[in-house]
Design a protein around this ligand. Structure first.
Ligand code: ADP
Ligand code: ZN
Ligand code: ZN
Length: 824
């Protein structure tokens, strides 16, 4: 358990939250020299095992807790900041997050800060005089020790890691011995801080001519430079000035020496949108439904009390306009605003739009910014220069003071959930943050998560409904194309029905755009040998490898294992390898072959890794320079492309078959969202969904965009089989490369659960192999906990895990996930 924050103590000792996967803080002594300066929320360097780690001071004590032997307490090695980076509010929020998700406070704190801000430390080895003498006497190059000394005699000092690389890992053993004998010294040094402020030189004009009688006259180049500077009101960045005046940098120096100008260094903020063209802002008169919803939101913001709204508006109903005005209302009150978006796919257009409206008040925080850009945007928020943060999941911890409103767009989206440790859900943390800061939350979606809709029905959230599209544009007509009929007719499997192909062609002929979606990247989903019937699997995972044609490789989508495409079957050496199942890469190829006149581009996780390329593609599509986008579910989200009139879904069947109780909900959401991309302008849209299971209820309701119908049926299913929102869930995943060891630990966890759950208040399922039984070379065993009572579930879980620890179970291989989103 994490200790509470307490500030009124003498600062002899400090509790430090360290970013390691352990649910506790650690006690360190505060050296005299730091006692005046150290504050709660400051970063410190502490020795942890063999490393030095950046931790966060969260509590001070005059005496260490009883039971901790004073002589075992280590000193804080260094105080990193005297002005804490972490505010009380963020400290409280991260503590709550860590407690709620049974996660490490230090890991959450680390995740709350921009990447690259933490200092890392390395061991540096330098040679002493004695060492030099010894080296001169040695026969060079005999032993590792002699090699190291010879190298250091020449270079004076080197990082330990570098020496180990050069001279083998044996150096790690030998160097401490050399240190003992006084031949070398080992010190800890900070590595380059990755993110640092960017500086630029600015030139200011002091005078235009030499006042002194007989002063030297200015040369023509010097005249030119002064002229350029004067034209710019006497102040310009050096780089621009030299360019404008077309002179060399030496001219600048000479003039500075002669006192004509001064050059100072100023900090500049790197701006992720510095080269972006911003959209034009048109005046919009709200519809009746929009202003009704906005009035309620504005009243809640004015009341400065916590309140959560669920804004359920169908695709194209104008939710964004409500977000913008709500944020403006908060700003006008002198408060701040935050907008979370699910994935980077949405940020290029959204952040440009917000920038166009709110200017420099907007800071952008998301994972594909450069480290420097993120650092600067974060500091602009921290200093109060920017008052709106827009970003993905971790932006929920943005350093905003006096938060007025939080918008969570596409609140149902699963990418708000962090899928690795520390697990947390951005939407749920956002609600807690608003709660702590008396702010208003707007959860917006066309397909609210079942849990959110349920909360609205129970009155926990206030429900706001936008049932119609702007301008009463009709929702696109969705048609299900039964691929069984296509099979019967053609006598074989086809990727595309004639109907979809014809519609693609028609759409293009009308000068309109289309989106083609398939939830599988790569070229083909797996490779099958016709001779022995085996498919080629990942050596580390229980998963078939996917063929990626561009790189002629087989790739594992879970662990990123890669191998060249083999010419023969690795099992039986036959040459009859057969590609099964199409991926987006192949789809794009086929469409390009069939329709050479259609300009198309592909969007999936493989292509978005290059941010600029990805942004360009989205913006080109918006500008009509691309006719068709082919890609994965990323295309389904939130975009507003008015000229898109066709959405074709090649297949969603794989998603329906996933062994996860949310698979119907996800498929419904995906189809409804993607259908919402069609017909957003003046022209009506069409949606074609190819499937082998047209009678599945998720498809039926999605076809009619019937959220209420789906909600009712799905809720009945959840109630019957005991799934959220009727029960709380926790999953315990035990993972290890040794099968026996994983199972033994799982049994121990199970036994401890039984011990503390005698009254059977919590349902315990398992241990059983997880649906992905092997991943990244590790076996995975799962235990599921279910209870209608969340508190009781946590009690049982915490007591059981304490018992596991008591019995020396290996907690390092036990991953706990509260409210798991993905039971794979
Ligand atoms: P949603 O996010 O609900 O899918 P958007 O906010 O993207 O919908 O709105 C859809 C389109 O309608 C956008 O192009 C938007 O600029 C436009 N729009 C929104 N509100 C109005 C309005 N009151 N009058 C005219 N156009 C509007
Ligand atoms: Zn074979
Ligand atoms: Zn793998």
């Amino acid at each position: 358990m994490n200790t509470p924050v307490n500030k009124d103590q003498q600062k002899n000792f400090a509790e430090i939250a360290v970013p390691v996967p352990l649910r506790r803080t650690f006690t360190y002594r505060v050296p005299e020299e730091y006692r005046d300066d150290i504050k709660i929320g400051a970063r410190v360097l502490v020795p942890f095992g063999k490393q030095l780690l950046t931790g966060y001071a969260v509590v001070f004590h005059s005496e260490p807790d009883a039971g901790i032997p004073v002589e075992e307490i280590k000193d804080i090695a260094e105080l990193t900041d005297t002005e804490p980076l972490i505010s009380d509010e963020i400290l409280k929020l991260t503590q709550w997050t860590a407690d709620y998700y049974a996660a490490s406070w230090g890991e959450i704190l680390k995740a709350s800060l921009p990447a690259g801000i933490n200092v890392s430390v390395e061991k540096k080895v330098s040679i002493t005089e004695a060492g030099k003498k010894q080296s001169a006497a040695d026969t060079p190059g005999k032993t590792i020790a002699a090699k190291v000394l010879a190298y250091l005699s020449e270079n004076q000092a080197a990082p330990l890691g570098e020496l180990a690389k050069k001279f083998g890992t044996g150096a790690r053993r030998e160097i401490p011995k050399l240190a003992k004998n006084g031949l070398v010294e080992i010190t800890l040094e900070e590595k380059e801080e990755k993110a640092r402020p960017k500086l630029r030189r600015v030139v200011r004009l002091l005078k235009t001519e030499d006042a002194k009688e007989g002063g030297k006259k200015l040369g023509p180049a010097q005249e030119k430079l002064i002229h350029s500077l004067a034209e710019n009101n006497g102040e310009m960045p050096a780089v621009e000035l030299i360019k404008a005046a077309e002179v060399s940098a030496s001219v600048l120096k000479t003039l500075e020496k002669r006192g004509f100008l001064e050059i100072t260094e100023e900090e500049v903020f790197r701006d992720p949108l510095s080269h972006a063209t911003l959209p034009e802002i048109t005046d919009i008169v709200l519809t009746g439904a929009q202003s009704g919803a906005l009035q309620k939101i504005e009243a809640a913001i004015a009341a400065e009390k916590y309140h959560t709204f669920l804004l359920h508006g169908i695709t194209g109903s104008g939710k964004t306009e409500i977000y913008i005005r709500a944020m403006r209302a908060a700003l006008e009150q002198g408060r701040t605003a935050m907008m979370l978006v699910p994935e980077i796919a949405l940020t290029p257009i959204f952040s440009r739009r917000l920038r166009a409206i709110f200017g420099d008040e907007v800071a952008i925080l998301h994972s594909s910014l450069s480290v420097g850009e993120r650092f600067d945007e974060w500091r602009r928020l921290k200093s109060g220069e920017a008052r709106i943060a827009i970003g993905t999941r971790s932006a929920v911890f943005a350093p905003l003071g006096d938060l007025g409103v939080v918008v969570v767009d596409e609140e149902h989206d699963t990418s708000y959930r962090q899928h690795e440790m520390p697990f947390y859900h951005g939407r749920d943390v956002a609600i807690m943050r608003a709660n702590m800061s008396n702010a208003v939350v707007i959860l917006g979606s066309a397909t609210p998560a079942l849990e959110s809709f349920y909360n609205a029905q129970k009155g926990k959230y206030e429900y706001l409904h936008l049932p119609d599209r702007i301008g009463n544009r009709p929702l696109a007509q969705a048609e299900l194309v039964d691929m069984r009929d296509v099979f019967t007719e053609k006598g074989k499997d086809e990727i595309f029905s004639d109907q979809l192909l014809a519609t693609i062609e028609e759409t293009h002929a009308l000068g309109e755009q289309s989106i083609i979606l398939l939830n599988r990247r790569g070229y083909s989903s797996f490779i099958l040998c016709r001779s022995c019937g085996e498919s080629i699997k990942c050596p580390n995972c229980d998963i078939t490898l996917t063929f990626h044609k561009r790189v002629n490789s087989l790739v594992c989508h879970y662990c990123n294992f890669r191998r060249r495409m083999p010419e023969k079957c690795p099992n039986c050496e036959s040459q009859y390898l057969f590609y099964v199942g199409e991926g987006t890469e192949q789809l794009a190829d086929i469409l390009r072959d069939k329709f050479p006149q259609i300009r198309s581009a592909r969007i999936d996780r493989d292509t978005i890794s290059r941010r600029r390329l990805f942004e360009e593609t989205i913006l080109d599509f918006a500008a009509g320079e691309i006719d068709m986008l082919v890609g994965t579910q990323m295309l389904a989200k939130g975009h507003d492309f008015p000229n898109v009139t066709l959405v074709g879904v090649v297949s969603v069947d794989a998603g329906l078959g996933l062994p996860d109780f949310r698979s119907a909900e996800r498929t419904f959401q995906l189809l409804t969202q993607v259908a919402g991309r069609a017909g957003r302008g003046d022209k009506p849209g069409r949606v074609l969904i190819q499937t082998f299971y047209p009678e599945h209820y998720a498809l039926q309701y999605a076809q009619h965009q019937d959220y209420a119908g789906f909600y009712e049926e799905e809720l009945a299913f959840r109630q019957r089989f005991g799934f959220p929102p009727f029960v709380s869930l926790a999953s315990v995943l035990i993972h290890h490369s040794n099968y026996e060891y994983a199972w033994q630990t799982a049994q121990l966890v199970r036994n401890c659960l039984q011990l503390v759950n005698q009254e059977k208040k919590v349902i315990v399922l398992g241990p059983a192999p997880a649906p992905l039984a092997r991943l990244k070379g590790e076996f995975r065993v799962q235990i599921l906990l279910k209870s209608p009572n969340r508190k009781r579930l946590r009690e049982v879980l915490d007591r059981a895990l304490a018992e596991v620890q008591e019995r020396h179970g290996d907690m390092r291989i036990v991953k706990v996930e509260i409210d798991p989103m993905n039971l794979m």
